[in-house]
Structures are given as C-alpha cells and as structure tokens.
Design a protein around this ligand. Structure first.
Ligand SMILES: *Cc1c(COP(=O)(O)O)cnc(C)c1O
Length: 215
C-alpha cells in the first residue's frame, strides 16, 4: 500500500505538536476520490474538508455510515438551495456569511434535529471574488445567528486576501476572534499553516500538502 498521504499528514501533525498548540488538521480532499482518501481514514484520521455539496454526498455518504465518527467540513461557498443537503452530510460549515444563509441553515437543522458547528467566513478586504462578510457586519450576523436562530457559531474563518501577508491577515482574524470571545479559529492552508498555528488557529485546512496538486 502507498503510505505517502499518511506520511504527509503525519509530518504536519508533528509540526503542530512541536509548536505545542491545540490545532486540528482538516484534510481537504476535494477533487480526490474516496480510494485515494481511504488510507487516511484507516490510519485513524477523522476530519476532512470538501467544497461542493454534491461531491461530498457522492463520496462520503457510505463511508460516514461505516465510520461514524468522521467529521466532514464544508469549506466552500454554500448556496441556499444546497443547504438542505449540506446540513445532512456535513458536521461543520466554515462559510456562513449572510443572515439569509443563517436562516436557511436554521430552518433545515430544525427539520432534522441536527446542530452543526459553524464558522463565519470573513472577507477582510472586500474582495469581489471571495465569499465572506465584511468585518463591519460581523457583530450583526453573529448576534442574529446566535440569539434569534440559536446557531452554534464557534469561530471565524478566512482565506487571506491577496493584498495582505497571510501573517497580517491572521493577526487581524485573531483579534476579531478574541473580541467576540470565540475559542475556535479556521485559518491556514498548505502555503501558510505554520504561521496560522503560531497565531492560534484551532483548525488548519490542508489540501495539496497532503494529497498533492489538484488538476
Ligand atoms: C481548497 C481549499 C483549501 C486547501 O487548499 P491547499 O492550498 O491545497 O491546502 C483550504 N481552504 C479552502 C477554503 C479551500 O477551498
């Protein structure tokens, strides 16, 4: 059997341990099929990330029944019409960015009596091509989602804007996170996770450093 992916993951987990931080690695398996992912599951890894609802359903429905403590993270843009299916298959959502979406998630969670852990995605520099809410709208979205909808909002997430050094973006994110009093912070990808861990990431989202380059 090929243990390359397991070794890649182990190396990253060791780096986390060396930094003496409590940080979970999400293996971002988007575009890779379940056969490729399987060795990581057999090794005991449980947190995986996907960015498309249909792809997640196709890949993860059976294996999640078999291995029932797998935690699946939705890290991509979530469209309202996909929320119903997303709430069923995922355990975490990292991309809440509007009150409209929050209402929809609430509605679907009530129907099946399930409560996902949710990150609010922040768009630090108002980049058009990126999802996320402007930091100025953060308090309103947080307050409405928790007080009116009883969502379990656990922290903030961002993809660093092109115009900022990842370290500076992560610093701002940490400040915003602390201001609200969140415990969790979803920052850091293959190119910048070491800095993210230093700046108190509790979840890093790693794709290519584990699976290799995507097509
Ligand atoms: C694809 C993706 C990742 C992983 O990216 P890599 O650079 O391959 O580690 C992390 N976060 C989000 C939101 C993604 O879409």
């Amino acid at each position: 059997m090929d243990h390359t992916l397991v070794n890649n993951l182990k190396k990253i987990k060791n780096e986390v341990i060396l930094k003496k931080k409590d940080c979970e690695v999400i293996a971002v398996s988007k575009t890779f099929d379940i056969e490729k992912i399987k060795p990581l599951i057999d090794h005991g890894h449980r947190h995986f990330g996907e960015n498309k609802v249909q792809e997640a359903i196709d890949k993860w429905t059976d294996i999640k029944i078999e291995v029932n403590d797998i935690k699946l993270h939705m890290i991509g843009k979530l469209q309202s019409n996909k929320v119903k299916h997303a709430v069923k298959i995922f355990d975490y959502i990292h991309s809440l960015d509007s009150i409209k979406l929050a209402k929809k998630i609430h509605e679907e969670q009530i129907k099946i009596q399930k409560k996902l852990k949710i990150f609010i995605q922040v768009n630090l520099e108002n980049e058009e091509q990126k999802n996320g809410i402007n930091p100025l709208g953060l308090d309103e979205l947080y307050n409405f989602s928790t007080k009116n909808l009883d969502l379990d909002i656990i922290g903030l997430m961002c993809i660093p804007p092109i115009s900022l050094k990842p370290k500076d973006a992560f610093n701002t994110m940490r400040d915003l996170n602390n201001k609200i009093g969140f415990k969790d912070l979803s920052i850091g990808m293959s190119s910048d996770y070491l800095e993210a861990i230093d700046l108190d990431a509790t979840f890093i989202r790693i794709g290519s450093k584990i699976f290799g380059e995507r097509d």
